[in-house]
Design a protein around this ligand. Structure first.
Ligand code: ZN
Ligand code: ZN
Length: 101
């Protein structure tokens, strides 16, 4: 439910350029080459829309050139902690108990 006017505003584009100039390492997959930024704490969940501290590099519609994931799609409006939990869930359950599976 993105506000298109806000997302293409001058202020937002300036912020995005600044974030990507500082780093292009994707917060989702950890690879470089990010072409978009995403709200770490989703605006839909109360995050600050134009706070540089709440924006981080992420792979947008073109996807990651290394692993091919469309990280921004994968993340959606979830908190990073929620997504990370999904991404790393295999490792989390790869303890002694996993042998029983
Ligand atoms: Zn990525
Ligand atoms: Zn990647």
């Amino acid at each position: 439910m993105a506000d298109r006017a806000e997302l293409t505003s001058y202020e937002y584009r300036q912020l995005r350029a600044r974030i990507l100039a500082a780093s292009d390492v994707c917060i989702m997959c950890g690879h470089g080459g990010s072409d978009a930024v995403d709200h770490v704490h989703p605006v839909a969940r109360g995050g600050a829309r134009l706070d540089p501290g709440n924006l981080a590099p992420i792979h947008g519609t073109a996807g990651c050139p290394i692993c091919g994931r469309k990280c921004n799609n994968d993340k959606g409006d979830r908190l990073l902690s929620e997504v990370k939990r999904l991404v790393t869930s295999i490792d989390w359950y790869a303890g002694p108990d996993a042998a029983g599976l």
